[in-house]
Design a binder for this molecule. Structure first.
Ligand SMILES: *[C@@H]1O[C@H](CO)[C@@H](O)[C@H](O)[C@H]1NC(C)=O
Length: 303
C-alpha cells in the first residue's frame, strides 16, 4: 500500500532586492532557518497545467483555489526549472469530508533518471486526521515514503509547506519545523539530485484507490466540489535555462552557506519531536520491506 507512484502527477522566479541590512537582520534573527518567503501572485511563478477551468483566482491572483469534482481534478506548475533553492507555498487543505482526495506539492525533473521531492496530503472523513506523506526519488529510485500526522488541522488555516534543496541536503519544512531531512549520502553510494533542474508542481486529484485508510474510504462525490486554497507562490531558486543547464551562481547563493548545510541543534530537536510524536510510517524502519536499512538511513539524517 505504500507503492503509491501510480498517482496522478502534475505541478519563477523572483527575488528582488532585499537591502543588505534587512538581509543581515533576517540571518541573525532566524539562525539557520531559510529566508522568509516573499508572497507573490500565482502568475509570477506558475501556470496551470491541466483542467484550467477548475482553478479560480482571487485578489489579482494572489490567492487561488483548485477544484476537484467527479469529472476532473486540476494542477499547476512553475514556469521555470530550478537547480537548488527554497520553495514554499501557503496551503489550506480540502475541508470537511476530504476522504479519497490528495493534494500534492512537489519538485520533479523531466528526465528518465527521475528526481523528485514530494509532499502529499491525504484527505480523510470529517474530523479524522490528514496524513502528510513525503517521498524522495533520486536517479529514478523512490520508495522512500515517510508519513506523519500534523500537529494542527490543515483545513482550518493556511500553513506554510516548504522545501530547501542544496548540494548538502533536502529539508522538508512545515511552518518552519523540519519534518524530514534527506542528506546527500553520495559517499554511501546513494544518488542525490544535483545535476537535473526540477520544476514545481501542485495538484488536487482523486486517489481513493489508495489514499485514505489504504483505499478503504472512498471519495463521497455528493460532497463535491472539493476545494484546496493556495497563497504565497514563493520561489527563490537558481533558474536553469535551455542554453545553460547549470546556474552560474552555483555555490554562491544563500542556501549554499555553512548554516544551511545542516540543521542546527534547535532544528534537530524539532525534527526529533516530529519523529517521536507524529510519525506513522518511516521506510527506514520498515524491516519487512527493507530487511537491511537503506544506506541513507544509517546516518542520522533520515532516520
Ligand atoms: C483517517 O482516519 C483514520 C481513523 O482515524 C486513520 O486511521 C487514518 O490514518 C487517517 N488518515 C488517512 C489518510 O487514512
Amino acid at each position: 500500500m505504500f507503492l503509491l507512484s501510480s498517482r496522478r502527477k502534475m505541478a519563477s522566479r523572483q527575488m528582488c532586492c532585499i537591502s543588505f541590512g534587512l538581509l543581515m537582520l533576517i540571518t541573525l534573527a532566524s539562525g539557520a532557518a531559510p529566508r522568509k518567503p516573499v508572497d507573490v501572485p500565482f502568475g509570477r511563478n506558475y501556470v496551470p497545467s491541466w483542467a484550467f477551468d477548475h482553478i479560480k483566482y482571487f485578489n489579482g491572483g494572489s490567492e487561488i483555489q483548485l477544484y476537484l469534482d467527479k469529472y476532473t481534478g486540476t494542477g499547476f506548475q512553475s514556469k521555470g526549472s530550478y537547480l537548488f533553492g527554497h520553495f514554499s507555498m501557503h496551503v489550506k487543505m480540502v475541508a470537511g469530508d476530504s476522504a479519497g482526495t490528495v493534494t500534492a506539492f512537489y519538485l520533479s525533473s523531466q528526465n528518465s533518471e527521475h528526481d523528485e521531492i514530494d509532499f502529499e496530503f491525504l484527505g480523510n472523513r470529517s474530523g479524522q486526521p490528514y496524513i502528510l506523506q513525503t517521498n524522495v526519488y533520486t536517479g529514478g529510485k523512490g520508495d522512500r515514503e515517510q508519513r506523519i500526522y500534523l500537529w494542527f488541522d490543515p483545513t482550518q488555516n493556511y500553513h506554510t509547506y516548504s522545501i530547501l534543496w542544496n548540494l548538502y541536503q533536502i529539508v522538508f519544512l512545515v511552518d518552519d519545523v523540519p519534518i524530514r531531512v534527506f542528506k546527500n549520502s553520495k559517499e554511501l553510494g546513494v544518488k542525490f539530485p544535483f545535476n537535473q533542474p526540477m520544476k514545481l508542481y501542485s495538484s488536487l486529484w482523486n486517489a481513493d484507490d489508495w489514499a485514505t485508510r489504504g483505499g478503504l474510504e472512498k471519495t463521497d462525490w455528493s460532497k463535491a466540489p472539493f476545494v484546496a486554497s493556495y497563497k504565497g507562490f514563493h520561489i527563490d531558486g537558481c533558474e536553469a535555462s535551455v542554453q545553460a543547464k547549470f546556474c552560474d551562481t552555483q555555490g554562491k547563493r544563500w542556501w549554499d552557506q555553512k548554516e544551511f548545510q545542516d540543521l542546527d541543534s534547535y532544528q534537530w530537536n524539532r525534527l526529533r519531536w516530529v519523529r517521536n510524536k507524529y510519525t506513522i510510517y518511516n521506510y527506514c524502519n520498515d524491516r519487512t520491506r527493507y530487511p537491511a536499512a537503506p544506506p541513507e538511513c544509517k546516518r542520522d539524517g533520515d532516520i
